[in-house]
Design a protein around this ligand. Structure first.
Ligand SMILES: C[S@@+](CC[C@H](N)C(=O)[O-])C[C@H]1O[C@@H](n2cnc3c(N)ncnc32)[C@H](O)[C@@H]1O
Length: 269
């Protein structure tokens, strides 16, 4: 699990697609059902997973502005298939600095997937306020919420997960990250700023057949545990070996909690 590499984003995309909450996606679809065209900005787009997955729920004529600060990820969006009804523009933007640039222009919808847990409480408020003044709805998916269950349970799972959640709260470029608190905080702040919110869980559920992604996640947990826990290198090594053993034996299950939400400005604000 190496940061936001294209390989990691590609590995997770099909699980993200399966996890996205159907009720929330349906709320997005219904909100725009009367329109024949839509302009969307996807914040922190990576390689374009949200266009591929959410596009089918939106009006047929779509114009997407994809923004990210990673040029190599943005470059990969050029491989998106572009049928005649779909226009895609990729633009490098540092959202920590220039969020407002991404939101200017004629837009109907803001999307963001796997972003809100990276940002600070201050940046989240900035996003919601800037969206509110433009009366823009926001679909924010796959926000990690701190619920993780590994089966079979093993020694040091708890320490590793506490260390991982502590790391999730460190600065990811937007100030101290909300990490596992992001979803609850976002719902609260959307409502505070006059938005209605539909939300639901979008957990990753991995079984024994999902070995590469479980392997990547366990490796990532072990790396982070070395930075954020009191565990010795030997203890971390033994924890990782135990998880790999369960994987090799075809009995490793992993559930990781996420929340999706669709928020839209209500008429009376
Ligand atoms: C977890 S990935 C999610 C990518 C994509 N939304 C998806 O679901 O596949 C987080 C994304 O945030 C982007 N990102 C991180 N910091 C950023 C910043 N300051 N400005 C713009 N994008 C940023 C990363 O480059 C990465 O593409």
């Amino acid at each position: 699990m190496s940061g936001f590499s294209a390989e990691w984003l590609s590995l997770r995309e099909r699980y993200d697609g399966a996890a996205r909450n159907a009720k929330v996606l349906d709320a997005v679809r219904r909100h725009f059902a009367g329109q024949t065209a839509i302009a969307v900005v996807d914040l922190a787009c990576g390689t374009g997973s949200t266009v591929r997955t959410v596009g089918p729920y939106l009006p047929v004529r779509q114009s997407w502005l994809l923004v990210d600060n990673d040029l190599s990820l943005l470059a990969r969006t050029s491989t998106l298939s572009q049928p005649p009804n779909l226009g895609v523009t990729a633009r490098p933007v540092d959202l920590a600095r220039d969020l407002e640039l991404a939101l200017d222009g004629p837009l109907d919808l803001v999307t963001a997937s796997a972003l809100l847990d990276l940002v600070s409480a201050e940046w989240l408020d900035r996003l919601i306020i800037e969206a509110a003044v433009r009366r823009l709805p926001i679909y924010a998916a796959l926000t990690y919420d701190g619920r993780t269950v590994m089966q079979p349970a093993g020694s040091f799972d708890k320490e590793v997960l506490v260390g991982f959640n502590a790391h999730q709260r460190t600065d990811k470029g937007f100030g101290l990250a909300l990490g596992p608190a992001a979803a609850t905080r976002a719902i609260d702040r959307f409502e505070h700023f006059g938005y209605a919110v539909v939300q639901g869980r979008s957990d990753w559920v991995f079984g024994p057949e999902d070995r590469p992604i479980q392997e990547a996640l366990f490796e990532g947990y072990a790396e982070v545990a070395a930075l954020t826990t009191q565990m010795t290198a030997a203890e971390i090594g033994s924890w990782l070996a135990q998880r790999r053993y369960h994987l090799a034996e075809g009995r490793s299950h992993l559930r990781i909690g996420h929340v999706d939400m669709f928020a839209w400005p209500t008429a009376n604000r």
